[in-house]
Design a binder for this molecule. Sequence first.
Ligand code: HQG
Length: 220
Amino acid sequence: MDSKLTHISKEISYALRHAPWEYELELDEQGFVPIEQLLQAMNEGRDEGDAVALADLERIVAESDKQRHEIDGDRIRALYGHSVPKRIERLAAEPPAVLYHGTSHEAAQRILAEGLRPMGRQYVHLSCDVETAEAVGRRRDRSPIILSIDTKRADGDGVAFYRGNDKVWLADSIPADCISVRKGSPYGRPSRQLTAEPADQRPRIPSSGHTARPEATHQA
Ligand code: HQG
């Protein structure tokens, strides 16, 4: 995907995950907004040559490295990552027996003690495979800790799981007794921690007439 589409993708994630009000958008219960309204808001203050078109959104959905957004008829939504106060409704579903979570040494120590929490987002984000979890964790740590989640045990504890996309599952929280270390040593010498920011601490910088900016963590 070229850099123009990557930039647009980050702005769509920002609008649909974190700040729809900055675009005068209102997410419906499932997080959808009318495509027409999104395009209109994104094109406000943009030069004509830089205008975002429906074809750009379609290419982003088709060509992105991750399934971040979904188009359904004349609507579009973010599939995961939300931090907006209004909770996006999701149907509980049965996850694979084991899911993974990639994180920093420092966070892993806390997670093993107190469980996984959604922090700045609406849900905890889990990966279907170790490779995806590694990529998520590398946003914060050059040599991330990979945690395994025993989803059957979590189910026994009353935890509901929700499907984000083919590789991402969501949960409200995960108790510590369902989590084990799959890879790495959380108490070993931490590698240099990187600086991906939690969803609630993202600074704003101007972009295309809005106060929006691409997410620090998105496609980084
Ligand atoms: C950590 C990106 C201390 C957690 C990614 C993580 C993903 C705790 C951070 C998606 C904790 C939250 C989401 C606890 C959790 N104590 N730290 N009890 N519980 N944490 O960004 O999962 O590219 O909100 O380990 O690839 O890293 O933007 O969640 O480090 O799919 O599409 O708190 O965002 O996708 O950070 O990433 P985040 P995440 P995109």
